[in-house]
Design a binder for this molecule. Structure first.
Ligand code: TRP
Length: 405
C-alpha cells in the first residue's frame, strides 16, 4: 500500500461550517493525489505559501515576455520567496532553476506548462536549469504498478518531450535519478540525516505500510535545490510544495539557501473541472503524442461543456465559462492573446457562440501546438546527449565530487 495523505497538514476541505450549515466541498492535494474541486485560496492558507499579488505579478510579467500571461492569469498563482529572489537579482545576485517530472506514463498538455515557464525564465535570466527525472519515485509508488522497465521507457520518452521545449544545452542538465543519484549519494545522505521520520510522516502521511524506499525518496527530490550555492527557484504544480517545505527547514543547517518556489494550478481534466488530468485515463487528457484525429475525437466527445442544454436556452442564458473545460484550457495555456480571449468570453457568455464553436477553437489550437511539438521533439533527439552528459553544465555535474559539497 502507498502512503496515506495526512489530514490536517495536507488534506483540506473536509470541514463543515456549523454556523450556516454548509458542507464545504471536499478536495485533496498531495504529491500523489489531486481530487475534488480545488479551492486555491484555501490551499495557499493550508500550505502556508503566498499568493502572487498584483504587484509581484506585474514585476514578473515585465521579465517574462511571451509567458507573461501565465502569471497575469494566475495559472502560476502562489509562491515562496519569489519577491525576495527578484530583490536579490536586482542587486546582482544570481539564482538557478530546478524542476522535474515523474516518468509514470505519457506526458499530457498539463505537464508541459511548468517546463515552458522554466524555459522563459532561463531565457530571461540566463539561469542554469536542472531537470530531475524521477524514475525511482515512480517505481517505488506501488499503486502505479509500474515495472522497472516501464519507468525506464517512460523516462526516455518523457525526456524527449522536455527537450522539445528548447532549453539551452550548455546551461541545462537533465538527469534520470537511477543513473545520476549514485554519483551524488554523499550529498543525499547529508540531507537524509536531517529529516526524521516523524516529520516525513506528518508532511507526506507515510504509514507502517509505506515501503522504506518511498520514505527515503524525499531526500532525493530535495537534493537538486542544493546543486548551487545560490538561491534555487522551483517552478512546479502546487502538489510538490511539501518537499520544498522540508527543504526550507534544513537549508540553513546544510549551509545553503532556502529554495524559492512558484506554483501552478492544475489544468482541469477534459471530463470536468475537478481533480487533474491523468496519464492513465486517456479520456481525461490530451497527450503530447495524440494525433489530430484523436484530438478532435477526444475534445468533441469528452470535453465537459458549460453550454446550456438546448440551443434556445443557450442563446438566452449564454454559456458558463467556469465549468467549460475547452474555455479553461484556452485561458490557461492555448490562447495567450488577451483580446482574442475577451472576444471569446463575450461571445460565449452572450449566447452567440455555441459549445461546438468553443471546441472548434480549442481543437485548432491544440492541433497547431502538437504539430509544432512533434517537429521540435524530433529535432531534440540529437540534443539529448548534451542535456544529459556532453553540454557544459552536464559535464560539470558528472565531474563534481559530491562528498565535498
Ligand atoms: N515528483 C515529481 C512528479 O511526480 C517530479 C519532480 C521531481 C519535480 N523534482 C521536481 C516536479 C521538481 C517539479 C519540481 O512529477
Amino acid at each position: 500500500m502507498g502512503p496515506q495523505p495526512s489530514r490536517g497538514s495536507l488534506r483540506t476541505g473536509d470541514s463543515t461550517d456549523g454556523e450556516i450549515g454548509l458542507v464545504e466541498e471536499k478536495f485533496v492535494v498531495t504529491p500523489w493525489e489531486v481530487t475534488g474541486a480545488v479551492d486555491y485560496d484555501r490551499l495557499i492558507q493550508q500550505f502556508g505559501t503566498q499568493p502572487i499579488n498584483d504587484q509581484l505579478a506585474e514585476r514578473l510579467e515585465k521579465k517574462l515576455g511571451a509567458a507573461a500571461y501565465l502569471v497575469r492569469r494566475r495559472v502560476f498563482f502562489s509562491h515562496r520567496d519569489l519577491d525576495l529572489l527578484l530583490d536579490e537579482h536586482s542587486k546582482g545576485k544570481g539564482f538557478f532553476l530546478y524542476t522535474g517530472r515523474g516518468p509514470s506514463g505519457p506526458m499530457h498538455i498539463g505537464h508541459i506548462i511548468q517546463f515552458y515557464l522554466t524555459k522563459y525564465l532561463q531565457d530571461t535570466f540566463g539561469a542554469t536549469v536542472y531537470i530531475q527525472i524521477t524514475d525511482d519515485e515512480k517505481f517505488l509508488e506501488e499503486k502505479r504498478n509500474l515495472t522497472y522497465e516501464d519507468t525506464q521507457r517512460w523516462a526516455e520518452d518523457n525526456i524527449l518531450d522536455i527537450a522539445a521545449v528548447g532549453f539551452d544545452p550548455n546551461r541545462t542538465f537533465i538527469f534520470q535519478d537511477t543513473k545520476f543519484i549514485g554519483h551524488a549519494y554523499p550529498m543525499v545522505l547529508k540531507i537524509a540525516r536531517r529529516v526524521n521520520f516523524s516529520l516525513a510522516k506528518s508532511v507526506f502521511g507515510f504509514t507502517g505500510e509505506t515501503n522504506i524506499g518511498f520514505s527515503f525518496y524525499p531526500a532525493i527530490q530535495i537534493l537538486p535545490t542544493f546543486f548551487e550555492k545560490r538561491r534555487c527557484l522551483i517552478p512546479s504544480a502546487m502538489d510538490q510544495d511539501p518537499y520544498w517545505r522540508i527543504q526550507r527547514d534544513i537549508a540553513k543547517s546544510m549551509g545553503y539557501y532556502k529554495a524559492a518556489a512558484i506554483h501552478s494550478k492544475f489544468m482541469p481534466p477534459l471530463t470536468g473541472t475537478k481533480g487533474k488530468m491523468s496519464s492513465s485515463k486517456p479520456e481525461t487528457a490530451i497527450y503530447l503524442s495524440d494525433d489530430d484525429r484523436t484530438v478532435r475525437n477526444k475534445i468533441n466527445r469528452y470535453a465537459f461543456s458549460g453550454g446550456q442544454a438546448t440551443m434556445e436556452e443557450h442563446r438566452k442564458k449564454g454559456g458558463e465559462l467556469d465549468i467549460d473545460v475547452a474555455f479553461q484550457w484556452l485561458y490557461m495555456f492555448f490562447e495567450p492573446d488577451d483580446e482574442k480571449l475577451a472576444d471569446i468570453v463575450g461571445a460565449y457568455t452572450s449566447g452567440y457562440m455555441l459549445t461546438g464553436d468553443m471546441k472548434a477553437i480549442l481543437i485548432q489550437k491544440l492541433i497547431a501546438f502538437l504539430g509544432e511539438h512533434r517537429r521540435l521533439r524530433e529535432k531534440a533527439r540529437g540534443k539529448v546527449h548534451e542535456y544529459e552528459k556532453d553540454g557544459t553544465l552536464a559535464q560539470d555535474m558528472w565531474k563534481r565530487d559530491f562528498s565535498k559539497s
